[in-house]
Design a protein around this ligand. Structure first.
Ligand SMILES: Cc1ncc(COP(=O)(O)O)c(C=O)c1O
Length: 367
């Protein structure tokens, strides 16, 4: 059996006809940038994330940038982010000219360690960006308590966590704003690049709406600095179609995670992902931990099972951040995870048979 890490073709085939029709519609209307398909999607996406506003963008990275830029974050400011995340979380601060300051992650949730966050707050700190990593929300109430106490902003990087919940409420409006990615492999994926920011703050929404379009409300009247971060019409249409299926796709991811849990309990030294009592995980990734990671990954590859590493090099040890002066040993939990993490295939179309095969091979490896 050949098992891919993710099977986009299988998913896209289920919506192919509807998508093709909508693309024809966009071509006929020549509505290639923003337009009705994008504004309809924005309304629907805001509604499912209990947010008043959603602004469609060209990527999640752009969302991270605009979320901070719209708040006036600038050179001389510091922004606290996890060391254990994809680098795009850091680009938000870097693109504003600010300094990313890293914090370790918790052993259980792999999200921001609140004690370390407190330690990293300085007079220059302007914001904390909480990543809901792998599809599980960070501890938002406690982060909000810290950010309020220090008079700084709390933002969400929700690139991996569409429809995830914190204490029974969808993520996306717990901080000032939340940034989402619609990269094709995400839980809600476009047919190309795409992203969005959700917020309940009208002023921020208006600012981000202008900033994504060269700082204009009215063409050629530039009220603020900006960029070209607009969502394409075709992506808005595709995302609108897929959004209607997202809850059922998410349920399937959760069922797959349950099945893995059941079949892999007490296998070797594997640590299974923990679902925190405040969170409803949407399993963008199913990340296990084992000291035999490299051997297991190789063995699975020999058996035609694709896996991933999220993430093999923590941000503080990336060459591009050498100027920030971090060293190995600064973030022990993140570094341990980087050495031991292994992401198993998880996607809505993954079958029980495939999961059984994967778990059988994993058990065999540990025998
Ligand atoms: C945590 C995180 N933040 C931001 C991004 C950036 O999203 P995009 O690839 O749409 O720019 C990603 C996805 O790649 C991500 O995983």
């Amino acid at each position: 059996m050949n098992i891919p890490f993710i099977d986009l073709k299988k998913q896209n085939d289920t919506v192919r006809e509807e998508i093709l029709k909508s693309i024809e519609h966009i071509i006929d209307a020549s509505s290639f940038i923003l337009g009705k398909s994008v504004s309809d999607f924005e309304n629907d996406f805001a509604a499912v994330h209990n947010s008043r506003y959603c602004i469609g963008l060209s990527s999640g990275t752009d969302g991270n940038h605009l979320a901070l830029w719209s708040l006036g974050i600038k050179a001389g400011d510091e922004v606290i982010i996890p060391a254990n995340t994809f680098i795009a979380t850091a680009w938000g601060a870097v693109l504003c000219g600010a300094k990313p300051v890293f914090a370790d992650c918790e052993k259980d949730s792999y999200n921001l360690d609140l004690h370390d966050v407190e330690k990293k707050i300085s007079p220059k700190t302007k914001a904390i960006v909480a990543v809901h990593l792998y599809g599980q929300s960070a501890d938002l109430d406690r982060l909000k308590e810290i950010s309020d106490r220090h008079g700084i902003y709390l933002l969400e990087d929700a690139a991996q966590s569409h429809l995830a919940e914190y204490k029974g409420k969808k993520i996306g409006s717990h901080g000032v704003s939340a940034s989402f990615s619609f990269y094709p492999g995400k839980n809600l994926g476009a047919l190309g690049e795409g992203g969005a920011v959700t917020t309940n703050d009208q002023e921020i929404a208006e600012k981000i709406r202008m900033m994504r379009d060269h700082g204009c409300k009215q063409k050629y009247h530039h009220e603020t600095y900006g960029h070209n971060y607009r969502m394409e019409g075709i992506q808005g249409a595709v995302l609108g179609i897929k959004l209607k299926r997202l809850q059922s796709w998410t349920d399937k991811r959760r069922e797959a995670a349950d099945k893995y849990r059941e079949l892999l309990s007490n296998t070797g030294d594997i640590e299974l992902p923990k679902e925190m009592d405040y969170a409803k995980h949407v399993y963008h990734l199913f990340v296990i931990k084992t000291s035999k990671r490299d051997g297991l990954q190789e063995y699975l590859k020999e058996n035609s099972i694709a896996t991933g590493l999220h993430y093999p090099v923590p941000l503080h040890l990336q060459k591009c951040f050498a100027n920030l002066g971090y060293k190995k040993g600064d973030f022990p939990v993140t570094e341990d995870l980087a050495d031991k993490c292994l992401s198993l295939p998880i996607f809505p179309e993954l079958t029980d048979n495939q999961i059984e095969y994967i778990c059988e091979k994993i058990k065999k490896f540990f025998e």
